[in-house]
Write a protein that binds this ligand. Structure first.
Ligand SMILES: [Zn+2]
Length: 232
């Protein structure tokens, strides 16, 4: 059983990681193998089956409290729990994981799914705001793999519209057409909020070790979902 992770880091009790295609598809909306793959992943993470939480992601800017039971609808969540196990699913969108300490010595964690619609609608600003409301002080954000600025082609009109308000999004594909750089904009938003940013990088479209919605449309291979996971 090889490692299910593309990248991972442990700080004290806290683990942050991004899965690779080796973990299999983890999106229950895109394949019937997700439940089996999620169970195997939790075993490899060393946590109880069913303890890793997933969101019903809808490309919104809505942040939910992990105290809400079940599978809440939203695109980011934050937790005050001592032993959180939060996931977000992506395949070209950016997974962003958060950890912070509070003035009273507590720990906060969070995870966000920041694709084009969510990023533009303010999912990262909203997650940062939710963490700050809970007293977050020293904040670290890990940005995992997603479609890079040299691959993420968009129509010229969309490029014009979105980059007017968020110029850091502006990019060009390696073949010279309008593109978006979600990562550059995410780094800008997180830095502006005073977060320490760990840019894990990686391009889902270029790296066959990752799942990519766009690449799968081109090649016809199955479009799985990788996950950003934070747990202790
Ligand atoms: Zn790329």
């Amino acid at each position: 059983m090889g490692s299910p992770f593309w990248w991972g880091e442990t700080a004290g009790e806290l683990h942050v990681a991004f899965t690779s295609a080796a973990a299999g598809n983890l999106g229950s909306h895109v394949g019937s193998d997700a439940e089996e793959n999620r169970l195997r992943l939790q075993k490899q993470m060393g946590i109880a089956p069913g303890s890793l939480r997933f969101l019903n992601q809808v490309h919104s800017a809505d942040v939910v409290d992990a105290e809400v039971p079940g599978v809440p609808t939203g695109d980011a969540w934050i937790s005050r729990e001592a032993h959180p196990a939060l996931a977000v699913l992506v395949a070209d969108c950016l997974p962003v994981l958060f950890s912070a300490v509070t003035s009273s010595g507590g720990r906060l964690t969070g995870a966000a799914h920041a694709g084009r619609p969510g990023l533009v609608a303010g999912i990262l600003e909203n997650t940062l705001e939710a963490l700050r409301r809970e007293g977050a002080e020293q904040l670290t954000a890990w940005i995992g793999p997603g479609a890079c600025g040299s691959c993420y082609e968009v129509p010229a009109e969309m490029h014009r519209e979105l980059t007017a308000d968020r110029p850091a999004l502006s990019s060009q594909t390696s073949w010279g057409t309008p593109a978006l750089n979600l990562r550059a904009e995410a780094v800008r938003v997180l830095n502006a909020a005073g977060a320490e940013v760990v840019d894990v990088a990686g391009c889902t479209i270029e790296d066959p070790q990752l799942f990519s919605h766009r690449r799968s449309q081109r090649t016809g291979e199955p479009a799985g979902r990788i996950a950003g996971v934070i747990w202790s």
